[in-house]
Design a protein around this ligand. Structure first.
Ligand SMILES: *[C@@H]1O[C@H](CO)[C@@H](O)[C@H](O)[C@H]1NC(C)=O
Ligand SMILES: *[C@@H]1O[C@H](CO)[C@@H](O)[C@H](O)[C@H]1NC(C)=O
Ligand SMILES: *[C@@H]1O[C@H](CO)[C@@H](O)[C@H](O)[C@H]1NC(C)=O
Ligand SMILES: *[C@@H]1O[C@H](CO)[C@@H](O)[C@H](O)[C@H]1NC(C)=O
Ligand SMILES: *[C@@H]1O[C@H](CO)[C@@H](O)[C@H](O)[C@H]1NC(C)=O
Length: 289
C-alpha cells in the first residue's frame, strides 16, 4: 500500500466543489473566469440578435405592402362553386325543405355583398368589355384602387331576388361559379370576355338537361380584371356566373364539369385537373318520405 498516494486522492475528494474558500472558486472557476465567460456569451448573443434584426430589416425593405413578392402563378386559375355542399355534392329532396334550405342560406349570405344597393355605394359603374386598368405611375401609388359593380340582379333568375329559393324547391337549382383570384391576371383579349360552359360526364349527358347561364353567355366581363389584391382594391367584388339546371333528371346522380373558355388562358390540360375547371355532383330526389 502506498500511503502518500492515498492521502492525495483523499484531499482531492474532500475539496468542496460548490464553493471552495481556499482558492475562491465557485463551481470550479474563479470570479474572473466566470466573468469572462458571461461577457463572452453576452457579446455573442448581442451579435446574434443584431444579425437577426438586420436580416429581417433588409428583407422587410424588399416587401411591397400592396402586392405579394412571390405568387404561385398558375397559367389558368382554378374555379369554385357555391353552394359547395359536402365534398362538392349537392344532394337534396325537393319535398323536404330542410334538405335544401342550407344551400339557399349559403347563397343568401354569399350574395349579400352583391346587393345592388351595396354595389352602387362601393363601386364604379364601369364600361364593360374593357380591362379596368389602374396602374401606378412610377413610384406614385394609385391606391386605393376602385372596383367595378357586379350587381346581384345581373344573375337574374339565380339572384335570389325574384325566386327566393334559387330554383331549389322547383328542382331547377342554381349553382354559382367563381374564378379564383389571381393578381394581375388578364383572362381575355380583343374585348372578348372569358365564359363558363358546363357539361356532364358522358353517361349523364341526357340526365343533365338544358342549362341557363347568367349573366348572358356565362361571361366574366373583362371590366372585373385585372385584380390588384385585397389591400390595393379594398371593395373588389369577384365576378360570378350562375348556372341553372332547367331540366335535370330527378333521382339520379349527375356529374357535372364546368370549364372556363378564354382566348388567352391555356386550357388546363390533363396535367392539372383543377386548372380552369370545377367538377361537382348533383342528385335531386323527389320522393315523399
Ligand atoms: C341584400 O338584399 C337582401 C334582399 O333584399 C336582404 O335581405 C339582405 O339583408 C341584403 N344584404 C345586404 C348585405 O345588404
Ligand atoms: C369602398 O367602399 C366604401 C363604402 O361605401 C367607400 O366609402 C370607399 O370610398 C370605397 N373605396 C374604394 C377605393 O372604392
Ligand atoms: C347596377 O345597378 C344600378 C341600379 O341598381 C345601376 O345604376 C348600375 O348601372 C348597375 N351596374 C352595372 C354594372 O350593371
Ligand atoms: C352571347 O353570344 C352570342 C354568340 O356568341 C352573341 O351574339 C351575343 O351577343 C352574346 N350576348 C352577350 C350578352 O354577350
Ligand atoms: C326534359 O328532359 C327529358 C328527358 O330527361 C326530355 O324528355 C324532355 O323533352 C326535356 N324537356 C325539355 C323542355 O327540354
Amino acid at each position: 500500500m502506498n500511503n502518500k498516494e492515498d492521502e492525495r486522492v483523499d484531499t482531492a475528494a474532500k475539496e468542496p466543489y460548490f464553493w471552495n474558500s481556499r482558492t475562491h472558486e465557485f463551481l470550479g472557476r474563479t470570479a474572473t473566469s466566470w466573468g469572462l465567460i458571461l461577457l463572452f456569451y453576452l457579446v455573442f448573443y448581442i451579435f446574434l440578435g443584431g444579425m437577426f434584426v438586420l436580416t429581417m430589416y433588409v428583407m422587410l425593405l424588399t416587401l411591397d405592402d400592396y402586392k405579394p413578392t412571390y405568387q404561385d402563378r398558375l397559367a389558368t386559375p382554378g374555379m369554385m362553386i357555391r353552394p359547395r355542399g359536402e365534398a362538392m355534392e349537392i344532394l337534396y329532396n325537393t319535398q323536404d325543405a330542410g334538405s335544401w334550405v342550407t344551400y339557399t342560406e349559403v347563397l343568401d349570405n354569399f350574395l349579400g355583398p352583391y346587393n345592388n344597393s351595396v354595389q352602387v355605394q362601393n363601386n364604379d359603374d364601369c364600361a364593360p368589355d374593357n380591362f379596368f386598368i389602374q396602374e401606378d405611375s412610377g413610384e406614385v401609388r394609385n391606391n386605393p384602387k376602385r372596383s367595378c359593380q357586379f350587381n346581384r340582379t345581373s344573375l337574374e333568375a339565380c339572384s335570389g331576388m325574384t325566386d327566393r329559393t334559387y330554383g331549389y324547391e322547383a328542382g331547377q337549382p342554381c349553382v354559382l361559379i367563381k374564378l379564383n383570384r389571381v393578381i394581375g391576371l388578364l383572362p381575355g383579349k380583343d374585348g372578348q370576355s372569358p365564359y363558363v360552359t358546363c357539361g356532364a360526364k358522358k353517361e349523364d349527358v341526357d340526365a343533365m338537361g338544358e342549362l341557363a347561364y347568367y349573366p348572358p353567355n356565362g361571361t366574366f366581363n373583362l371590366m372585373y380584371f385585372p385584380y390588384y389584391g385585397k389591400r390595393a382594391q379594398v371593395n373588389y367584388s369577384q365576378p360570378l356566373v350562375a348556372v341553372k339546371f332547367l331540366n335535370i333528371s330527378l333521382n339520379s346522380d349527375v356529374n357535372v364539369e364546368c370549364k372556363i373558355k378564354s382566348n388567352t388562358l391555356p386550357a388546363g390540360g390533363d396535367r392539372d385537373k383543377f386548372a380552369g375547371r370545377v367538377s361537382f355532383k348533383l342528385r335531386i330526389s323527389s320522393i315523399n318520405n
